[in-house]
Design a protein around this ligand. Structure first.
Ligand SMILES: NC(=O)c1ccc[n+]([C@@H]2O[C@H](COP(=O)([O-])OP(=O)(O)OC[C@H]3O[C@@H](n4cnc5c(N)ncnc54)[C@H](O)[C@@H]3O)[C@@H](O)[C@H]2O)c1
Ligand SMILES: [Zn+2]
Ligand SMILES: [Zn+2]
Length: 350
């Protein structure tokens, strides 16, 4: 079958990839659509170190093609959004509703694929840049079959991460002022999460001026091209700043723009060895810095909720799909993303 393999030097669409049969508790999903998240790019450019060869892609949706023994939660033909958490379902974190903290998910390196007679890794337990993937049953969240799979695919990372950061991690109080740095797939979902939470002012920051229209469309009240302009607008600073780029200078800027009692939520992923600095004394006035993995989500709950909100017209998913590409044209998708030509997300299909 076809899939996008990164071999440590370059990535390419190959047609000599195979995936294992599903074991007990596992599901084969035929991928119908996959979003291009910056984290896939970060594997290719070395920002996120990952063993190779690896089948890329972690934001996707598709149709269940087969299930292994003992799978009761999905069946052949179900439409599903894939979660990247292969959490165990039995530990203290899973049991308390915090599956992103399950020790068995992060750093798990399954190799369900074979490429050129050697095992190939699954990226983020998902590898949705392949015609078929094999995942744990609890990574498949069933959705109604009338939800377009291109729109649904983006729930798998961008929507879960962005909205979850607001609702689950920040627990944003109504009326709070917010700054969102970086208006990509993650930042736009932080913006619409802040709208859902009833935020007051939502200031979007992006160096790419072409992001203004989509930022305002998703609910930003202001758009500026540099973090320096935020204090001109708010004077005292913001209650919450979300860093959605992955630059250490922006993490510092996010901390510096906080009002007393403010919280910085870090979503961007800088290089593995990067260190950020900030004035420690400035934190004295009850300020906080929060890391956040995958929106601190509980995908079986959150995906269902977000899809329902979409069906009720309260969440934008179709509008997140700003360009579509076939996998043959993946280089164009990456080029357009790097050139800043994709307003929200580029979506890939076979
Ligand atoms: N925490 C998590 O679980 C998680 C999940 C998914 C993605 N991420 C990370 O989130 C980050 C964003 O991902 P994405 O898919 O939204 O990326 P993206 O490429 O779609 O968007 C990034 C945006 O940042 C803007 N930008 C770049 N430099 C800037 C600057 N100096 N000031 C302001 N804006 C700037 C770009 O113009 C672009 O609009 C990446 O680092 C990615 O790895 C984290
Ligand atoms: Zn992602
Ligand atoms: Zn667990």
């Amino acid at each position: 079958m076809r899939g996008v393999v990164y071999d440590g030097t370059d990535y390419q669409l190959v047609d000599d990839l195979s995936v294992k049969d599903p074991a007990a508790g596992e599901v084969v999903v035929r991928i119908e659509a996959a979003g291009l998240c910056h984290s896939d790019l970060s594997v290719i450019n070395g920002t996120i170190p990952f063993p190779t060869p690896v089948v890329l892609g972690h934001e996707g949706a598709g149709v269940v093609e087969a299930v292994g023994p003992n799978v009761t939660t999905v069946k052949e033909g179900d439409h599903v959004v894939l979660s990247t958490l292969g959490n165990c379902g039995a530990c203290q974190y899973c049991d308390s509703g915090h599956p992103t903290m399950c020790r068995s998910t992060f750093g798990l390196r399954p190799q369900p694929f074979t490429w050129r007679d050697a095992p190939a890794y699954s990226f983020a337990n998902a590898s949705v840049f392949a015609e078929r993937t094999v995942v744990k049953a609890n990574q498949c969240v069933p959705i109604p079959s009338d939800v377009p799979l291109q729109s649904a695919s983006l729930v798998g990372c961008g929507v879960l991460t962005g909205i979850g950061a607001v609702l689950n991690r920040a627990k944003l109080p109504e009326g709070a002022s917010v700054c969102v740095i970086g208006v990509g797939g993650i930042g736009l979902n932080v913006i619409q999460g802040a709208v859902l939470a009833g935020a007051g002012r939502i200031i979007a920051v992006d160096t790419n001026a072409r992001k203004k229209d989509i930022a305002l469309q998703f609910g930003a009240t202001d758009f500026v091209e540099s973090t320096a302009a935020v204090k001109d607008i708010t004077k005292a600073g913001v209650d919450y700043a979300f860093e959605c780029v992955g630059h250490i200078a922006l993490i510092r800027a996010a901390i510096e723009m906080l009002d007393w009692g403010g919280t910085c939520v870090m979503l961007g992923v800088p290089a593995a060895t990067d260190e950020a600095s900030y004035n420690v004394a400035s934190m004295y006035l009850d300020k906080a810095i929060l890391g956040c993995r995958y929106g601190s989500s509980a995908p079986q709950l959150d995906v269902r909720r977000y899809v329902e909100l979409y069906q009720r017209g309260r969440l934008k998913l179709d509008e997140l799909v700003s360009a579509t590409y076939t996998f043959d044209d993946m280089k164009s998708a990456i080029h357009d993303m790097e050139a800043g030509d994709i307003a929200a997300r580029g979506v890939l299909t076979f």
